[in-house]
Design a protein around this ligand. Structure first.
Ligand SMILES: [Fe+2]
Ligand SMILES: [Fe+2]
Length: 377
């Protein structure tokens, strides 16, 4: 139930359903009024608390709107709300970039001049973010209980899978050229990992990949770009452009999706056997020569399954995107791009060789021709 304008005792709050929005600006300030009006015009049922700051009990479901110093003070006090929406002091790109980088909990930064549309867009994204992380957590907890009780986990796991797929579809729906990308990367990655594990000759002759690791890779690939949920649609469409084309502020915002993916996945209490999911996804933009992000890992510091996923990610991005300004390329051309990246020391040539020799790259097209294609398995 909506209780906009409520000034409540934080200790006695009940968190029902949707997240609670904390506005650290006074109710009568311009920012306070805009936050209230924005929430009033959204049809979500959300609680709004003014001039409060969320206590430790509410961190899992709170969206906090405030200036940078009050948000920094929260972090200093050890309170980690689910989503932060800082209002920046001036419309400067440097400040925006710094705010985005400083804390991956920042799902959207607001720069003056503020208006209702801007504030509403920011709150919508923040609320969506909190809901999805919360739902993913609940589903995984259920799955864990089923597994512990020794019963068939498949119905619950299918629900989790459905939720993860729905979350990703929601993100991808904002940019039609991205639709289906994550499910395809998951499919290709699993096929590639199985081919690596099956190799009896060459560099992977001694490598065995367990069923658990395959499942970890599947979820990591399915959710690898979930951090893009906080990107405005206009930036989502620019994700696959060569980075040099983009102003720093946009590039940094796009790159922050990896940190957000990590944060999203870290909130899910993965059951035994799936605990490696966040680490695999977190490394999907690293490059062997250390030129990747966000950590600049090198060589074997990057997990094998992440190195495999990266190849599938680039292949799918190149072959599936058809935009007015940029056509999708053929599989041959995409493989040539990947070989160039191997030559430049960025991608794992041994893995690419398996991708090519086991004809993994052809399996998407083969799958698309099968009846019932399109569902994730
Ligand atoms: Fe990505
Ligand atoms: Fe991707």
């Amino acid at each position: 139930m909506r209780s906009a304008g409520l000034t409540g005792s934080l200790g006695s709050l009940r968190f029902m359903g949707g997240p609670t929005v904390f506005c650290m600006f006074p109710r009568s300030s311009i920012e306070g009024r805009l936050v209230r009006d924005a929430l009033d015009s959204m049809d979500d049922s959300l609680d709004l608390i003014f001039s409060g700051s969320p206590g430790a009990a509410s961190v899992g479901s709170a969206v906090v709107v405030g200036d940078l110093s009050s948000l920094t003070a929260l972090a200093g006090g050890g309170v980690e709300p689910a989503a932060l929406v800082p209002v920046l002091p001036a419309a400067d790109a440097t400040g925006l970039a710094a705010a985005l980088l400083e804390d991956p909990g920042v799902v959207w930064a607001l720069a003056p001049p503020l208006d209702l549309m801007k504030v509403r867009a920011a709150l919508r994204h923040a609320v969506r973010w909190v809901r999805l992380t919360g739902e993913a957590r609940t589903m995984s907890e259920r799955l864990g209980r089923r597994l512990q009780s020794g019963k068939e986990p498949s119905p619950t796991e299918r629900m989790f899978e459905g939720l993860a797929g729905a979350a990703v579809a929601e993100i991808e729906s904002r940019d039609p050229a991205t639709a289906g990308h994550s499910a395809r990367v998951a499919f290709l990655s699993v096929e590639l990992a199985e081919a690596i594990g099956a190799a009896r000759r060459g560099p992977f002759a001694d490598v065995r990949i367990s069923r658990e690791e395959i499942r970890e890779l599947h979820y990591a690939a399915l959710l690898h770009d979930v951090g893009k949920i906080a990107l405005p649609g206009s930036l989502l469409a620019k994700c696959e452009r060569p980075r040099a084309d983009l102003p720093d502020v946009e590039r940094l915002e796009i790159e922050a999706h990896v940190e957000r993916t990590r944060r999203f996945l870290a909130r899910i209490p993965w059951v035994a056997g799936l605990s490696g999911v966040p680490a695999i996804a977190y490394a999907h933009h690293e490059r062997l020569d250390g030129s990747g992000y966000p950590r600049g890992l090198k060589g074997l510091e990057i997990p094998l399954l992440s190195r495999a996923m990266t190849i599938c990610d680039i292949f799918d991005a190149a072959t599936s995107r058809d935009r007015p300004d940029r056509r999708a390329v053929s599989a041959e051309r995409a493989l040539a791009i990947l070989r160039d990246e191997v030559k430049d020391g960025k991608l794992d040539g041994d893995i690419l060789q398996v991708f090519v020799e086991a004809r993994v790259f052809e399996r998407l097209a083969a799958r698309a021709r099968q009846p019932g294609a399109g569902s994730m398995s």
